[in-house]
Write a protein that binds this ligand. Structure first.
Ligand SMILES: [Cu+2]
Length: 470
């Protein structure tokens, strides 16, 4: 009897301790959670103790007038979010160099909302992460975002408050930054992929979207994956090129004939193609389709090619502008999975370097550092990893060096069993989320942050605004 009680206690006591220690306070500073990882670089001022620049002061030039002004009003009805009455919301457009000013209006969302400019490397206070870079914008409130659209490309905006719910239910839209000079393509088309409760859509429409294009026209097709999983696309009737990935041009992209392409969750790709006599068709996972001119498949659903385009070898090498041989910081982002507690709830949760949220690394950098991350996924599932505020270049996958065009990403599909090395220059001070863009996984603990020395936090997760970034 005593042995049984002792054995039970031996199991229950540590479990009780694990449960207790997983409980999150009502409000907390992400900069104070977990442990500090200096990545082998110099240890600067510990965050939280210094008198650094507050996140809220990291803004665009407040004296510069806006070139583009928009107002976006978010409304929720029967669990469906709209922006200015539609979902996807209106496509924002700017020309490179414009100062963009967006006024977000919360019409009736009781949880509060924010806007994150996915892939646009904005100043930290404009990044739209509730509890990290701002407070959630509550019912009846407004918030103004200001930033320079400094890189042409395809981006999108979405909520980063209760994002696993609000994004899935439609709080999103595309954002296109055009180059100063006219593009060489005759046509510029957008394909925003989103799966609502009713099914897969393309620019909000189910099934086939037909574009009335003539043979000989060249097309830039901007594909935005707003879902939680990889979007697979393939082209029938003509070869295609990958012109840009995550808002960065591919150097000398070659013609692709018989390969499909995978867009990670949150990622974007610009495809280039020329409409042939007889038309061309793009399939997105089979249930939505875009046809230019006639449908070349003539009634049959074309089968996807067997292999994916591999960006590790696609295109031609070019200078990336910095040296990655001796980085200032080198970090591990090792993803695993194990049973445990998250805020008192038992479950199977993601780990980062063996730790469960919130006992995870705070990756510390200083401005100007060359930073290398090794992302290693041994978790049993794929993870589309998204670093805010920066574009990183892929150095290698599973130890094999990249030999194609510089492969710049803000959203990277890291399949189970894969190991990537990526590098970037720390040139945008702040506190930046570095998380999985399968937003359900983010709620299951796959969230860390990159923080600059000399910066201190301005906001708390939880608290009165009920900030819940995931
Ligand atoms: Cu994930």
């Amino acid at each position: 009897m005593l042995i049984a009680v002792g054995a039970t206690l031996a199991i229950l006591a540590p479990l009780g301790w694990m449960w207790q220690s997983s409980l999150l306070p009502d409000s907390y500073d992400v900069a104070e959670m977990g442990y500090v990882d200096w990545g082998g670089g110099p240890e600067g001022e510990h965050h939280g103790t210094g008198h650094g620049t507050p996140v809220k002061e990291l803004v665009a030039d407040p004296n510069r007038p806006a070139d583009v002004r928009e107002a976006l009003t978010v409304h929720v009805e029967k669990g469906r979010y709209t922006v200015n009455g539609t979902s996807p919301g209106p496509t924002l457009e700017a020309t490179v160099g414009d100062l963009v000013e967006v006024t977000l209006v919360n019409d009736n969302v009781t949880d509060g909302i924010t806007l994150h400019w996915h892939g646009v490397d904005v100043p930290n206070a404009e990044d739209g992460v509730a509890g990290v870079t701002q407070d959630a914008v509550l019912d009846g409130e407004t918030h103004v975002y200001r930033f320079v659209a400094d890189q042409p490309g395809t981006y999108w905006y979405h909520s980063h408050q209760v994002s696993h719910e609000q994004v899935r239910r439609g709080l999103l839209g595309a954002f296109v930054i055009r180059p100063e000079a006219a593009q060489p393509e005759d046509r510029d088309e957008l394909a925003v992929l989103h799966r609502y409760a009713e099914g897969a859509t393309l620019n909000g429409e189910e099934g086939t979207t037909t574009v009335d294009a003539e043979a000989g026209e060249s097309v830039r097709l901007r594909v935005v994956n707003t879902d939680n999983g990889l979007a697979t696309l393939w082209v029938t009737g003509a070869p295609y090129r990958v012109l840009a990935v995550d808002g960065r041009d591919v150097n000398q992209p070659g013609e692709i004939d018989d390969e499909k392409y995978g867009v990670p969750a949150g990622g974007r790709v610009d495809l280039g193609l020329v409409v042939p006599e007889g038309g061309v068709r793009v399939d997105f996972g089979g249930s939505t389709t875009m046809v230019f001119g006639d449908d070349p498949s003539a009634g049959d659903d074309p089968r996807p090619p067997k292999t994916f385009v591999d960006l590790l070898t696609y295109g031609e090498p070019a200078d990336i502008g910095f040296d990655t041989d001796e980085p200032d910081r080198r970090f591990d982002y090792r993803i695993g999975r194990r049973p445990g507690f998250l805020d008192g709830h038992p479950g199977l949760f993601w780990t980062i370097n063996g730790h469960l949220f919130p006992d995870i690394p705070m990756y510390m950098v200083s401005e100007g550092d060359v930073v290398v991350f090794e992302i290693d996924n041994g978790s049993g599932e794929n993870h589309p990893m998204h670093l805010h505020g920066h574009h990183a270049v892929v150095l290698s996958r599973d130890g094999v060096a990249a030999t194609g065009s510089p492969w710049w990403i803000d959203s990277l599909e890291v399949r189970d069993g894969e190991r990537y090395e990526i590098a970037f220059v720390a040139d945008n001070p702040g506190i930046w989320m570095d998380h999985c863009h399968n937003l359900v996984h983010a709620t299951e603990g796959l969230v860390a942050h990159l923080m600059y020395t000399g910066v201190e936090s301005s906001y708390l997760v939880g608290g009165k605004p009920g900030n819940r970034p995931e």
